[in-house]
Design a protein around this ligand. Sequence first.
Ligand code: SF4
Length: 307
Amino acid sequence: MGSLTPLQKDIQRLAKANHTIIFSHNYQPPEIQAIADYVGDSFGLCQKAQQIEADTILFCGVRFMAETAAILNPDKLVLIPDPSARCPMAAQLPANLIQEAKKQHPGVPVVLYVNTTAEAKAEADVICTSSNLCIILKALDTNPVLFGPDGNMAEYAHHVCGYEVIPIPDYGFCHVHVTFSFDPQVLQWKETHPNAKLLVHPECAWNIQEQADFIGSTGQMLQYARASPNDTFIICTEVDLVTRMRSEMPEKTFIPALDYAICKAMKKITLEKVKASLLNNQYQVTVPKPIADKARMAIQRMLDLTS
Ligand code: SF4
C-alpha cells in the first residue's frame, strides 16, 4: 500500500496519543494492515502480546484473538473495534463439550486450537496454533490426545504430525477453508501453472492438503514464499493473505486459489470502526479472572513448549 489516507493518519496519531498498539491479523484488509504496528498470524500475535509495553492493545481480528491478548495482559486495556467479529469455528466448541469428552476419556490430554473461546481454553491442557501443532504433539508425545475444534487440523495431526487425536466436536470446520474442497478451480490452477507451488492452510480438508507443496500457517506461508526460488504460488487460504504477499513480494506471482475465500467475520473491522474504538475506548474485551487464569496456563504452556 502506498501513502496513508487522512483517516489512516488520524488513526495512527490517536493510537500514539493513547499509548495504543494496533495488532492486525493477516486476514485483515490491506487498509487495516497498513495502520497496524504488528501484522501476523495467531501465534506471532500471541508472542507479541506478551512483549509489548503499551497501555492498550487494539485488536483488528476476531474476538478469540482479542481475548487471547486480554488473557496474556490482564493489566492492559484490550479493544476490538467490532464486538460482533467472531470466528464461527470457535463457536463450534462450547466448554461443556470438552467437559463431556474429558469424562469419556479420563486422563487424556486436551490440546485446543487457538481458535476457541476463553471458556474452552480454560478446559485445555495446552493450546496450539496452525504453525505449531506438530511441535506441541511431539512435546506431549502421547497417543491419543483430545483435539478441537478443527476436524481438518485433526487430519493434519494424523497424516503430517503422526499422532492420533480424538476430535471434539466430531467434525468442526472453518467454512472459509472447507470451500477449497468443493471447487474444481483449485486443482485446475496446478494444471495451468505446473511450476507453481501450492501453499495450503491446514484448516483446508485433507484432499487439498495432500496436493500441497507446503502446508502451514499464514506466517509460515509468507516465510516459505520469501525463501523459495520459485516465482509463482497458488494460495489456499483467506484472500487477504495474498494481498499481503503481493505487496511484500511484488516480483513474485501469487494466485488466490479461490478469490471468494473471504472471512466475513474478519472484514467487519473497518477504519471508521478503528477510529471510533480509539476515540471511545470501545469495545473492551474482558475475560473473567477464574477463566483467564486457567486459560493463561494453557496458552503459556504452548509458548513455553515452542520457545
Ligand atoms: S478464516 Fe475461518 S477460522 Fe479464521 S477467523 Fe475466519 S471463520 Fe474463523
